[in-house]
Design a protein around this ligand. Structure first.
Ligand code: E4P
Length: 215
């Protein structure tokens, strides 16, 4: 399973990229809006300079035609740009049209496996099931990843990748990998939490103390 960073913050992307673990970046309108005053095209172009992998940029149109128009523009910004569209009938139309033009899409806001299957059939490059937001409703979000993974694996025509999205804690990363996700897109904070362990810290302290005490 690969790691993407779920952010539009360039400092976080620069730092995580330096760890050698980053295969791509996902953004959404909320994450871009957090970077006050940043121009969307500049943000996406700068991210694409920092990370050599798929960079998701989300369309904000509600109609398929509008999404296609936005997607065609995003695709001129960098060859690694993936057009993110919502899991709606208009989104499916956009995926279908963009795929015919060779433009890759990420179908987002997926909350059931049928949506993921329809996105794949329309030609989506990636789907983004929102694990954390499903958990928030009291339902096991990881079951969504298990179901989509099983459905995709049982159909040899499907090459669509699964991004486990709306990741909230390190356990989500482990369970996503076990459930068959191709990618986990994580907030920077969750990646920081995932690498830390108190026993690792204690082990370092002990090794250093013993090293200093040698005579
Ligand atoms: C996915 O691409 C989304 O940007 C993201 O994972 C949403 O996560 P949230 O539920 O923490 O907003």
């Amino acid at each position: 399973m690969q790691f993407y960073l779920d952010t539009a913050n360039l400092d976080e992307i620069r730092e995580a990229a330096s760890w050698g673990i980053l295969s791509g970046v996902t953004t959404n309108p909320t994450l871009v809006a957090r970077e006050k005053g940043a121009d969307f095209k500049s943000v996406i172009s700068e991210i694409a300079e920092l990370v050599d992998g798929p960079i998701s940029a989300e369309a904000v149109s509600l109609d398929g035609e509008g999404m296609v128009k936005e997607g065609l523009e995003f695709a001129t910004w960098h060859p690694n740009v993936i057009v993110k569209v919502p899991s709606t009938t208009e989104g499916l139309k956009a995926v279908y049209q963009l795929a015919r033009k060779g433009i890759r899409t990420n179908v987002t806001l997926i909350f059931n496996a049928a949506q993921a299957l329809m996105a794949a059939r329309a030609g989506a490059f990636i789907v983004s099931p929102f694990v954390g937001r499903v958990d928030d409703t009291g339902v096991d979000g990881m079951q969504l990843i298990r179901e989509i993974s099983q459905i995709y694996k049982s159909d040899s025509e499907i090459t669509t990748k699964i991004i486990s999205a709306s990741i909230r804690h390190p356990r989500h990363i482990i369970d996503s990998a076990l459930a068959g996700a191709d990618i986990a897109t994580c907030p920077f904070k969750v990646l920081q939490l995932a690498i830390r362990h108190p026993l690792t810290d204690r082990g370092i302290e002990q090794f250093l103390a013993d090293w200093k005490s040698r005579s």
